[in-house]
Design a protein around this ligand. Structure first.
Ligand code: HEM
Length: 282
């Protein structure tokens, strides 16, 4: 896994440093991190031999919600959404087969918050978590041996209704932005993973978990706020496809149901990544 830098460099070249290694100063966890010009960021950390678990960190601006798809698609994929609820940050595992508010994911996967890395300040919220049993490896997630995990992201500025309920909160359309990208897994691997995973101590028994940001609210500097991703160029590349729920002004999404082959990042993926990371609504 550590020798794959060359292949992932292709994506880095196209996505212009949208992904990079990042060490979170609050927890010390080293992530392979994707950043978007909106202020959204997602980082992943895994052990040297990847199983079903990973540590994730969502950083997002505002008071809405932010999400990760464990494939390039929203559809039929494991989704993770996080949003602030007072001083807490709530995380939720979701899944859907329609372009509507995804329902709670059923099954064995669960989110266990890492409280030290979960906080909210004036501009951003940060949700750091252990995703346990999440890398299923079927078409709903990337595969454990992927050299580059092809993931999706979404960001909404509107707060969910019923925000106190991880499973029942209703998420509004992610009109601030969405897209897909490849996350280099070599940057995500660490021999220290088990130490970091042991920090997961929040409540996560129902498949989702929240964590009070009381440890150091405002103290953790969101990664995205400090960086200036070069994926900033905003040139929505494709023509509109407008599913029923999409706003009329919606730009093109990546192909809804085609998750690119995991472990080999194809030219198609690279084009998609370039096109989609630039789709941001403001
Ligand atoms: C009410 C909630 C939601 C609605 C109405 C919604 C709607 C849509 C629509 C219509 C698209 C197609 C692109 C477009 O034309 O705009 C899309 C794409 C996408 N959505 Fe959502 N979405 C919702 C929640 C979520 C959540 C919770 C996540 C992740 C946690 C997510 C992740 C994505 C991703 C990654 C894409 C791009 C890939 C694709 O088209 O499948 N969405 N969404």
């Amino acid at each position: 896994m550590r020798s794959v830098f060359t292949s992932v460099a292709a994506i880095a070249g196209v996505a212009s440093a949208a992904t990079a290694p990042y060490t979170d100063s609050t927890t010390g966890i080293k992530f392979s991190q994707y950043t978007d010009k909106s202020g959204y960021a997602f980082g992943m950390a895994v052990p040297e031999t990847v199983g079903k678990d990973f540590i994730g960190q969502i950083v997002a601006p505002g008071e809405g919600w932010a999400g990760v798809s464990l494939t390039s698609s929203m559809m039929a994929s494991t989704l993770i959404a996080a949003w602030p609820n007072g001083d807490d940050v709530i995380g939720s595992l979701r899944k859907t087969t329609t372009y509507t508010n995804p329902k709670a994911l059923t099954g064995d996967a669960k989110l266990v918050p890492i409280a030290e890395g979960t906080s909210k300040n004036e501009t951003h919220f940060t949700y750091t978590f252990l995703c346990q049993g999440c890398i299923v490896g079927d078409t709903s997630t990337f595969k454990a041996d992927a050299k580059s995990a092809v993931l999706g992201w979404a960001l909404a500025d509107a707060a969910p209704t019923n925000p106190e309920s991880a499973d029942e909160a209703v998420l509004a359309y992610h009109k601030t932005g969405f897209g897909a990208y490849g996350l280099p897994m070599a940057d995500a691997e660490s021999a220290d993973y088990e130490t970091w995973a042991a920090m997961a101590n929040g409540s996560g028994s129902s498949g989702s978990g929240s964590s009070a940001g009381a440890s150091t609210p405002g103290a953790s500097t969101p990664a995205a706020a400090a960086s200036t991703p070069a994926a900033a160029a905003s040139t929505p590349a494709a023509a509109a496809s407008t599913p029923a729920e999409a706003p009329a002004s919606s730009a093109e999404a990546p192909a809804a149901t085609s998750a690119p082959a995991q472990g080999s990042v194809t030219t198609t993926t690279i084009i998609k990544t370039e096109a989609v990371t630039s789709t941001v609504y403001v």
